[in-house]
Design a protein around this ligand. Structure first.
Ligand code: PMP
Ligand code: GLN
Length: 412
């Protein structure tokens, strides 16, 4: 194998998605909705594939189908409070993954350090390494609470620890808000602190905002690219899969200044060239529907979080009832729960794994419920300190909840 992929062969999704399928488990592990996407979104794809639209079955513009980049420039222009050029500030990629990959490959050089906040969406680490960079980790630290559920807001960075990670070799920091797996929504104040460090140290920011519409309890999704001095150094990542509940479409985008974007484009044109035209046409149509009702409660960007807040609360009740200690997420569609108080016999599982991994495997095999071990979202040095949590996904229909509840009730 090539040296740049040395040691990167294990992948949590490949392993646990297969295990969940093998045991036909109730799947609250991998993050995908098991309910239908909005009708207008699926209709748009049917329309884009219809005989009269035969031209959409051919290649389109490499860096993004013109209708889609135009819609994205209009939307993100509003959200960022600046005029965006559809053709130089937007890149359409294969999922949010594709945007992240282009950013790391296009902007990180051999020996560059990249700061990653833990827990983190697992692919950041191998992507930094494949680019020749060195990941530098800084954990969110939980503050214990009494008399109420812990919230993802009770997990925060130690400002001094964060400062200590910046040095001459630091090229970029990756942030993810709302965060996967914790559900933390970084506050304006927290982002301001990170932005100041980026500007002072001349560091880039890769801001993974794929769950940008999913914030609860009047929390605000704040975009780091809007802080002083940040637009010119930020690549913002979005995902149609998360925005419209169509994760199988694997369409995403980056928003960035032209000076950075041209390097992402170079990577994209040399590995993907262009994303599927019918999907891009359909997502453009889906955006035009939502753009016309952006402020209305019927807009999917408002109705989906309203629906998910109820599911989040139901999941927290269900996990508490089973004796776990959930951490209530402020955003996204995942919840982590502390399993320290659950007593199960894990002697049948291999001993060279972390406790949470053994627990998750046991739960799939013996109880038929799939979740994801949270140690998968930590660096090698920190896994041991965070190995008693599991992550569950709550963008699931009521029937799935009922099956999961029946399994969890068995614990008492
Ligand atoms: N970032 C985060 C935080 C995610 O949870 C995901 C979900 N897979 C992605 C990026 C990738 O998104 P996509 O499915 O559009 O590639
Ligand atoms: N983002 C989703 C999750 O965290 C899916 C991950 C994936 O497919 N790699 O579960």
């Amino acid at each position: 194998n090539a040296r740049r992929i040395e040691g990167l062969d294990k992948n949590i999704w490949v392993e646990f998605t297969q295990l969940a399928a093998d045991y036909k488990a109730v799947n609250m592990g991998q993050g995908f909705p098991d309910m239908p996407p909005p009708q207008h979104v699926t209709d748009a794809l049917v329309h884009a594939c219809s005989a009269e639209n035969y031209r959409f079955h051919q290649y389109t513009r490499s860096f993004g189908h013109p209708r889609l980049v135009t819609a994205l420039a209009e939307l993100y222009g509003k959200l960022h409070g600046r005029t965006l050029n559809a053709f130089t500030n937007i890149l359409v990629t294969v999922g949010g993954y594709g945007s992240l990959f282009c950013a790391f490959q296009g902007l990180i050089d051999l020996g560059d350090e990249v700061i990653i906040i833990e827990p983190y969406f697992d692919c950041y680490e191998p992507m930094v390494k494949m680019a020749g960079g060195i990941p530098v980790f800084v954990p969110l630290r939980p503050t214990p609470v009494k008399g109420r559920l812990q919230s993802s807001g009770d997990w925060s960075l130690d400002p001094e620890e964060l400062v200590s990670k910046f040095n001459k070799r630091t090229k970029a920091i990756v942030i993810n808000t709302p965060n996967n797996p914790l559900g933390k929504v970084f506050s304006r104040h927290e982002l301001e602190g990170i932005a100041e460090l980026c500007v002072q140290n001349d560091v880039l920011c890769f801001s993974d905002e794929v769950y940008e519409w999913l914030v609860y309890d009047n929390r605000e999704h704040v975009r780091i690219a809007t802080f002083p001095g940040m637009w010119e150094r930020t690549v913002t990542v979005g995902s149609a899969g998360k925005t419209f509940s169509v994760t199988g479409w694997k369409l995403g985008w980056s928003v960035a200044p032209e000076g950075l974007m041209k390097h992402l484009q170079t990577v994209h044109q040399n590995c993907i060239y262009n994303c599927p035209t019918p999907l891009q046409e359909a997502v453009a149509n889906a955006f035009s529907v939502e753009l016309s009702r952006l402020a209305s409660p019927s807009c999917y960007f408002s109705s989906l979080p309203n629906e998910l807040r109820v599911k989040r609360d139901r999941m927290a009740d269900m996990l508490s009832h089973a004796g776990m200690q959930p951490v209530l997420p402020e955003g996204g569609y995942f919840m982590i729960a502390d399993i320290s108080n659950i007593e199960v016999d894990l002697s049948g599982e291999k001993d060279d794994e972390f406790y949470d991994s053994k627990f998750v495997k046991w739960l799939i095999k013996n109880k038929g419920l799939a979740s994801i071990p949270v140690s998968a979202f930590y660096s090698a040095e920190n896994k041991k300190n965070f190995s008693k949590f599991i992550r569950l996904c709550f963008i699931k229909e009521d029937a799935t909840f009922e099956k999961a509840a029946a399994i969890l009730n068995d614990f008492k």
